[in-house]
Design a protein around this ligand. Structure first.
Ligand code: PLP
Length: 404
């Protein structure tokens, strides 16, 4: 039977302590034991179902983790205080001094900064590659390589990683394929395509209300046990734990993700087509002009579409800034980083979320000054939104510039 990520979330059933329709929130940092022996066994990792201390795990974090594991089709998951709080422990768990990572060069700026500036302090080196070229990826693998790292749809350039092709390489060289699926939850199921570990920043579409940061690592029971090990687990020892109250609120939002993703995708697809037709340089995986359109089409789960993210290039940073300010003034969205909100969010990644990437490298990867990244909202009337955006572009002479 086909893998149905939203059904897998819906089919979970956990009642609250008094029969509540939502599981009870465990508002405790520490847990009592009826016997000292069970406490010892729990420390050793041998007391299933027992909770010890909330940096390790909590019932509320367990419920959210299980729902996300069901969505991604992995054995289990652990939730973390932020997306970076998921990415960094995984990489540090998998790699040590003298070991090597091959990573896509078009990834979230914070991940890039971690790999480029921080991991080398611990003796971990990274080669950044064009992830869409499997030959280049293979050529970068060395005997020390432990991890292949990519985003299913990359931030901010919306490059699509061929997860199946990368998984074959990972198998061939005995590497772990780690995929950050933040931009395409439900649309893409990286584990189904062969990835070993799937990460999300829950801050974005999954929570969807821009009121918290959060993250998750979805993988095998063995990996999650390693991450939480009291002696040498990176999640346990680096301490990027999610708070139970947040885990409970994110779980409630997760239940409407399938409806939201359909609307984000519908709206983004509509705007992308209109922008392209108006002569703007538009990047959206749902457009036939996207270099990986057919690949992405073959990767996605039915119904959830091509996602809520698109970019346009308006030619210069000044024009990009003027357009974003005018769109905000007309209440078409907010000039803000991040994504997955009910309102459209826009920012110029070169000077914000990707500013950690040096200018010459930005140019090399095609990240231009005039690029605006949109996270398209849940607008009820996207035709009206387009008309109003179009009007802003006309007033700022942006369309004339592009068509000329
Ligand atoms: N991965 C991607 C693709 C992102 O866009 C971000 C944040 O923008 C992160 C990871 C980091 O997540 P967080 O901000 O929750 O730490």
């Amino acid at each position: 039977m086909a893998f149905k990520p939203a059904n897998n979330i819906q089919d979970l059933q956990y009642f609250g302590e008094f029969g509540g329709v939502n599981p009870s929130i465990s508002d405790s940092s520490t847990y009592t034991f009826l016997s000292a022996k069970t406490m010892f066994d729990t420390f050793e990792g041998n007391a299933d179902g027992c909770y010890l201390y909330s940096r390790h795990s909590t019932p509320s974090n367990f419920y959210l983790g299980e729902a996300l594991a069901a969505m991604e089709g992995t054995e289990t998951a652990t939730v973390t205080a932020s997306g970076m709080g998921a990415i960094t422990p995984v990489l540090l768990q998998l790699c040590g001094n003298g070991e090597h990572i091959v990573s896509s060069r078009t990834i979230y700026g914070g991940t890039y900064a971690f790999l480029k500036n921080f991991a080398p302090r611990l003796g971990i080196d990274t080669t950044f590659v064009d992830i869409t070229n499997l030959e280049t990826v293979e050529a970068a693998i060395t005997p020390e390589t432990k991890v292949l790292y990519c985003e299913s749809v990359s931030n901010p350039l919306l490059e699509v990683a061929d997860v199946k092709g990368l998984a074959k390489l990972a198998k061939k060289y005995n590497l772990q394929l780690v995929v950050d699926n933040t931009f395409s939850p439900l649309s893409v199921s990286p584990k189904k395509l062969g990835a070993d570990i799937v990460i999300h920043s829950l801050t974005k579409f999954i929570n969807g209300s821009s009121d918290t940061v959060g993250g998750v690592v979805c993988g095998t029971q063995e990996l999650i046990d390693q991450l939480r090990n009291v002696n040498d687990g990176a999640a346990m020892l680096l301490g990027s734990t999610m708070d139970s109250l947040r885990a409970a609120s994110i779980l409630k939002n997760l239940r409407t993700l399938h409806i939201r993703m359909q609307q984000h995708s519908y709206n983004a697809n509509y705007l992308a087509k209109k922008f392209e037709d108006a002569g703007l340089k538009t990047v959206y995986p749902g457009l036939k002009s996207h270099p990986s359109h057919n690949l992405f089409k073959s990767m996605i789960n039915d119904k959830y579409g091509y996602g809520g993210m698109l970019t346009i290039d308006v030619g210069s940073l000044n024009k990009a800034n003027a357009l974003m300010e005018l769109m905000q003034e007309r209440n078409l969205g907010y000039l803000a980083v991040s994504l997955g909100f009910y309102k459209t969010l826009f920012s110029a990644p070169g000077s914000s979320t990707s500013s950690e990437i040096p200018e010459e490298e930005q140019t090399e990867m095609g990240l231009s000054d005039g690029l605006i990244r949109f996270s398209i909202g849940l607008d009820a009337d996207i035709e009206r939104t387009y008309d109003m955006m179009h009007q802003c572009m006309i007033e700022l002479n942006i369309l004339e510039h592009e068509i000329a």
